[in-house]
Ligand binder design. Structure first.
Ligand code: ADP
Length: 340
């Protein structure tokens, strides 16, 4: 793997060193998502054996479930180079040019948040994906002419939290479309145990299970909670850690037994208190909470819907009996911290 290039991300986007330590580097280090994992492994294997360029792949699912991890592991498995771009930063076709002209044969271009590509950029990508060429228009008006520029065959991996916003022509150009779902408690506990080893934190299984249970099925949250618990135990318990200490640290952050944090509960409470349980439109909830509807739709709602705390109806969001019970089961201000 001599030709693996580190992702081309901007310095202010460089993840903290610990994130890089915790992120799996190879397929063999990845936990969970077995069905997706198997299908991607087969495609990667076949491409390697036949010496053919891997087909384009679209990964979708809520934030923090491993889309970037899959996208960065795939080129490592192929021994190919990787370039990373963000859909939000590609505002015009010319922004794509450096990535496309730099793409070597068999390399991977990963576009995160691909649903945010403007339509002009998306259309510019179609011939690049399908025929490995781009059409560039030179001049204007009657003297305008289009030249075709051939590209070296490459693999595009797109990631999105909003599969529904990807246009049909774009979606159809991906050979594989994979959806990442929330992790089971057992898989998440395994991720917590592996991360704890990487962070040199001795931990028993009960503690790993408890952190997993309170991490909303999401590896990124599990790792964030783990780091907070490590800070808590260093500062308050001279490095001692058990399930009670982990629970106390998490409750101090307002994380309840379902893994919801204060912001998640504020969302449920807004529907319950301000809108009498709903149904209520997303925009109304977002305005009341002084937040962006996108934030609620991407980061908060998928897990609430998954846990059936809320349902979506044609007339808006409705708090379920389960949602009512969850709020009712908690003290008004959320879980209280026990002080050490
Ligand atoms: P996304 O791109 O979907 O938002 P990431 O790929 O950035 O999510 O994952 C967030 C973090 O979660 C990674 O840094 C990694 O540490 C951890 N992670 C994600 N998926 C896995 C997995 N399958 N096994 C182990 N850790 C994982």
């Amino acid at each position: 793997m001599t030709n693996f290039r580190e992702p081309s991300i901007q310095p202010d986007e460089v993840p903290p060193a610990e994130d890089r330590v915790l992120r799996p580097q190879r397929f063999s280090e990845m936990v969970g998502q077995r069905a997706v994992f198997e299908r991607l492994s087969i495609a990667v294997d076949a491409s390697r054996i036949r010496g053919e360029v891997l087909g384009h792949i679209l990964l979708d699912g809520p934030p923090g479930l491993g889309k970037t991890t899959f996208a960065t592991c795939i080129p490592r498995e192929l021994g190919a180079t990787l370039q990373i771009a963000s859909g939000a930063a590609l505002s015009a076709p010319k922004d794509l040019l450096p990535y496309l002209s730099n793409a070597s044969e068999g390399s991977v271009l990963f576009i995160d948040e691909i649903h945010r590509l403007p339509i002009a950029v998306e259309e510019f990508l179609y011939p690049a994906m399908e025929d490995f060429r781009i059409d560039i228009t030179l001049g204007e008006g009657v003297s305008a002419r289009t030249i075709n520029m051939p590209l070296r065959p490459f693999t595009l991996i797109g990631a999105t939290t909003r599969a529904g916003l990807i246009s049909a022509p774009m979606r159809d150009r991906f050979v594989m479309r994979e959806h990442l779902d929330y992790y089971s408690a057992a898989d998440l506990a395994e991720i917590v145990r592996r991360s704890a080893v990487k962070l040199s934190m001795p931990m028993d299984n009960a503690t790993a299970d408890e952190i997993a249970r309170r991490s909303r099925g999401t590896p990124r949250l599990a790792n964030n909670r783990l780091r907070w618990i490590r800070d808590f135990s260093t500062s308050r318990t001279s490095g001692l850690l058990d399930v009670e200490i982990a629970r106390t640290a998490l409750e101090m952050q307002g994380i309840d037994e379902l893994g919801l944090d204060g912001f998640d509960r504020k969302y449920l409470e807004t529907i319950q208190r301000v809108f009498s349980g709903g149904p209520v439109g997303l925009d109304a909830i977002a305005h009341t909470m002084s937040t962006a509807p996108d934030t609620l739709e991407d980061d908060v709602e998928p897990y609430m819907l998954r846990c059936e705390l809320v349902v979506r109806t044609p007339r808006g969001r409705l708090l379920t009996e389960r949602g009512e019970q969850h709020l009712g089961a908690l003290p008004k201000s959320g879980p209280q911290a026990r002080l050490f």
